[in-house]
Write a protein that binds this ligand. Structure first.
Ligand code: 5RP
Length: 243
């Protein structure tokens, strides 16, 4: 889908922006401008979402927010945003979140920051979802970024073998790696573990999503298909809108 320009992205000193961080900031700020008084807003997780949260908080609107991770909830509360639990507000009007890859049809890989389960829960509960990213996140085919797969800790090595079978059904022959943090298996906010599968190319994301969800022990995966309504992509020339 060809993009349209939403005005030039500008850095703090009014300069055009070219580096990834400035592009993330431009996308985050453009998304914050979509929020209106009275809305219930889903707050994403990651370095791009941080720009959105900061820019949103600076607008001092009368809104309620639902966070996709504890760290985003902490940041939002620190910046003065009203944070509520999922299910304790009216329907979420708009969720804004980052992504690790933005592919055809706004198919996404998410979960690089380990928050994919809460992210997907919040996205699926939202009327509208906007993904924000820098230009390097756009891909023709998903899969270069390792696909995060969240599993329950009990029996996770057995679950991983069954994940290998599911990947094999989709002609992806890789062994997923257990994500580590500080020399230990990383735990998600929900206390689960994450395996990252370096798929290379995911030719049929829907088939892979189905196969992975069919494995007992898999809580969810980072394929976000048919969930994003719009993407705001920071580029050296401005923020491109994809729909
Ligand atoms: C966290 C995510 C993030 O949105 C994704 O990893 C992108 O992060 P960043 O904006 O830091 O590049 O899915 O689970």
């Amino acid at each position: 889908v060809p993009g349209t320009e939403a005005g030039p992205a500008r850095g703090p000193e009014g300069q055009g922006v070219s580096d990834a961080e400035a592009q993330k900031r431009a996308a985050g700020e453009a998304a914050a401008a979509l929020v209106e008084n009275g809305m219930v807003v889903g707050l994403g997780t990651g370095s791009t979402a941080v720009w959105f949260v900061k820019s949103l908080a600076a607008r001092r609107l009368d809104i309620t927010c639902v966070a996709t991770s504890q760290r985003t909830a902490d940041l939002g509360a620190e910046l003065g945003l009203k944070i509520a639990e999922l299910g304790q507000t009216a329907e979420i009007d708009l969720t804004v979140d980052g992504a690790d890859e933005v592919g055809p049809g706004l198919s996404l890989i998410k979960g690089g920051g380990g928050a994919l389960l809460r992210e997907k829960l919040v996205w699926e509960a939202s009327r509208r979802c906007v993904v924000i990213a820098d230009a390097d996140k756009r891909v023709q085919t998903l899969g270069k970024f390792p696909l995060p797969i969240e599993v329950v800790a009990f029996g996770h090595k057995t679950t991983m073998l069954r994940i290998c079978d599911a990947l094999g059904e989709c002609d992806i022959g890789v062994a997923p790696r257990l994500r580590q943090k500080d020399g230990q298996p990383m735990r998600t906010d929900g206390g689960n573990l994450i395996y990252d599968a370096a798929c290379g190319r995911i030719e049929e994301p829907a088939a892979l999503a189905f196969a992975l969800k069919s494995v007992t022990g898999v809580v969810d995966h980072g394929l976000f298909l048919d969930l994003a309504d719009q993407a705001l992509i920071g580029t050296p020339d401005g923020v491109t809108i994809l729909e």
